[in-house]
Design a binder for this molecule. Structure first.
Ligand SMILES: *Cc1c(COP(=O)(O)O)cnc(C)c1O
Length: 428
């Protein structure tokens, strides 16, 4: 399988090349040349598959020319080695808990797969790979954990100073070894732009073996489609299925659309966003108009110009009406997020994190009585404990993993959002 750039100005690449190059030089995003359709056997057998077996089946057609099947089996077993339980919350509403991985957020899935693909591709090379990643919160932790102590790989993580939670920051800044955290005086979009610029910088690319671990990387994006099948597997009543996806950079939602295109029976998706609502607005107005990023309580979704927008459009062949028929928009502000965390807990004794809460409320507002709704619970609420405590108006006890992490010393390099400064740091 080849992967083309959504801007179609550069030649298509193999999976391996697309993973290593990460971002095409024409500023597009890699996208599979052909979307495979699953055979009916897959759905007949689905109930007997584990998550890693689903991953193996789904990812084989995209990767088999570059990763031998036995190796892929290996990689998927190692990468997808935790539970993704579907919990019933109330009549017709389920939570797909994507936070049972090592960093308690769904980004573990993609990051763990990418880390193992890159390690495999690099086995025969002598030069170290430098992974650049911009994070709005959870990506960095997942990538740091996924790559920690992997031979021949250096990881540089950029994050917006003061705009990630304390726990998220600790996950980025306490590992050391091959992981370096760079604290940027700016927003996530600034961080993302610096990374994008680095990949387009000829001089840097000639000297360093750069690679990316952002959701733009095809090896992070593709595996995010597998838990939609996992959810479907666990669901009893599969009629009129609706997925509500808390969204920021739209990797998650576009991976859901990919699963849909591969044959997963879904009635529609919901793009559940906070006040950074460029996609919900686009759905109604057909105008794509990024505004200034607004900091919110669901900070992993504070993205005003989502990288995966071109992939979203590619998945509907550039057709706005088709996008409208498969994706409904929803957005809410911080006050409503706090109210939702409280009301969901009061009604169901279930604690949502600020991102999952938006997904939950979107179902409550949009779903009809004949539909079954699944919201993606993208992070463990403990990652945002002060917000959740504020919403519930009571202190919550911290699990051990949190107190252990909080006691470790933070190590970071501070920097302005100037690309020049970043570039000389990379050369240094
Ligand atoms: C990254 C993240 C999101 C947004 O996912 P996208 O793929 O960027 O849309 C939502 N919730 C949490 C907890 C996240 O870490």
């Amino acid at each position: 399988m080849k992967f083309y750039s959504t801007n179609k100005k550069v030649a298509p690449l193999s999976f391996k090349e697309a993973v290593i190059h990460s971002l095409p030089s024409d500023r597009g995003f890699y996208f599979p040349e052909k979307i495979p359709t699953l055979e009916s056997d897959f759905f007949k057998e689905l109930n007997s598959y584990t998550l890693s077996e689903i991953g193996y089946k789904i990812l084989t057609p995209f990767t088999h020319e570059d990763i031998p099947k036995a190796k892929l089996k290996n990689i998927t077993e190692e990468a997808f080695n935790f539970d993704v339980p579907l919990k019933k919350i109330e009549t017709g509403i389920y939570s797909l808990e994507l936070f049972h991985g090592p960093t308690y957020a769904f980004k573990d899935i993609g990051a763990r797969f990418l880390a193992r693909c890159l390690a495999y591709f690099n086995e025969s090379h002598n030069q170290e790979v430098t992974i650049l990643v911009a994070t709005s919160g959870d990506t960095g932790g997942a990538v740091a954990s996924g790559f920690y102590d992997v031979d021949g790989v250096n990881v540089v993580i950029l994050y917006p100073s003061g705009k990630v939670s304390e726990l998220q920051e600790k996950q980025l800044t306490t590992l050391g070894k091959n992981i370096t955290a760079v604290e940027i005086d700016g927003t996530f979009d600034d961080c993302q732009n610096m990374v994008k610029q680095a990949f387009l910088d000829k001089e840097l690319n000639e000297t360093l073996n750069l690679s990316s671990a952002n959701s733009i990387n095809i090896a992070r994006w593709l595996p995010q489609s597998i838990y939609y099948f996992e959810a479907f597997k666990q669901l009893q009543n599969r009629d009129n299925l609706v997925f509500s996806v808390p969204s920021g950079n739209y990797g998650n939602l576009s991976a859901g659309l990919l699963a849909h295109r591969m044959g997963l029976p879904v009635k529609h998706f919901i793009a559940a966003s906070n006040q950074n609502d460029v996609i919900p607005r686009f759905l109604t107005t057909e105008q794509y108009e990024p505004l200034k990023t607004i900091p919110t309580l669901s900070n992993a979704m504070d993205v005003s110009d989502p990288s995966n927008y071109p992939r979203l459009m590619e998945l509907v062949n550039g057709n706005h009406a088709e996008l409208q028929s498969v994706v409904k928009g929803f957005s809410m502000d911080d006050a409503q997020t706090l109210e939702t965390i409280k009301s969901c807990f009061d009604q169901n004794s279930y604690i949502t994190d600020p991102h999952g809460a938006i997904g939950y409320q979107a179902l409550k507002d949009i779903m009809t009585a004949d539909e079954n709704g699944i919201f993606l619970e993208t992070a463990h609420y403990c990652k945002f404990v002060s917000t959740v405590e504020k919403a519930l108006e009571k202190p919550l006890s911290q699990p051990d993993f949190v107190s252990n992490l909080m006691s470790k010393p933070k190590k970071s390099i501070t920097m302005s959002s100037s690309f020049k400064e970043f570039k000389s740091f990379l050369f240094g």
